[in-house]
Design a protein around this ligand. Sequence first.
Ligand code: COA
Ligand code: ZN
Length: 312
Amino acid sequence: MEVRNVKVTEVGPRDGFQSERTILNTEDKIEIINNLIDAGFPRIEVSSFVSPKAIPQLADAAEVLEKAKRNKNTTLAALVPNARGAIRAVASKIDEIVVFLSASESHNKKNVNRSVQESLIGFREIVKIAGDNNVPIQGDIATAFGCPFEGNVSPKKLGEISKEYKIMGFKGVTLGDTTGMATPTVVTDAVNTIRDMVPDFEITLHFHNTRGIGLANVMTGLNLGITDYESCFGGMGGCPFAPNATGNICSEDLIYLLHEMGIETGIDLDKLITIAKKVENLVGHKLPGQVMRAGKRLLSYSMDDVPTAIGA
Ligand code: COA
Ligand code: ZN
């Protein structure tokens, strides 16, 4: 199952900006989203229609969507937790709704203040609103590879939730590694179990680099034939309702890796590096991305710029 093309979703305007203490101004967010569209991303998570008390950083979702550029090659998606969010999202002409729950009860309670079963029941209202407006739905599962409160998550649980998602007519399931607990072994078990329990259902992988093995997990996904990944410019990101949540895998580092392997993404890496540097300036602190600092591998320097080591 050799992968030749990969679809990368940029989650920075949602996962990245929600994790910043400073609230970015709306005009800057819109400019970054427009730059991402121009860089060729096929899908961008632009914001969340959640409670502004839960995530004040994304309270301007409607304005962001009203003013962001639209392009037929880029799907603009946003997180929706309940019917209220779905009504706001369709009013903003969102291209795709992303519903989310956590595989573990304790994180679901922290994140959306309800049980997993209550979340699934609540999704039915969202399905109705989205269906009436012809908006497709993607289903996320947070803490899919482990929960900071409960530990291991059973792959069977992921399969059961994915089955519900398929029955509700969702496009596919995204497995979110909220606190970076995925490892190649855990990812392989999760993907194989979901494929066994729910055949023909698209799986997207969303890793965080909390323990430094985010791209190793992507390599595992590629070996399993997974073609859909989510990442964030500069390696920002993290859930405010999980302990020690740190950044997503970095979009520039991921795209650099894929292109070096001859895998196409349709994304302009040079433009993306410029965006990551712009975001770094906006947030005012160093981001963990590495390619944005080092440049591509064949970037060459003048010998005059580097001192020569001379023995004393
Ligand atoms: N959009 C805007 N406001 C919303 C809303 C939505 N989708 N859903 C609820 N609210 C408002 C309600 O109107 C209410 O406001 P009020 O206090 O002024 O009356 C308040 O939020 C609480 O509403 P309630 O229905 O009681 O929700 P809750 O307190 O049980 O919280 C969620 C549930 C899901 C709304 C909230 O936990 C949430 O938004 N979580 C999102 C977390 C997240 O995005 N995490 C990061 C992504 S992994
Ligand atoms: Zn994330």
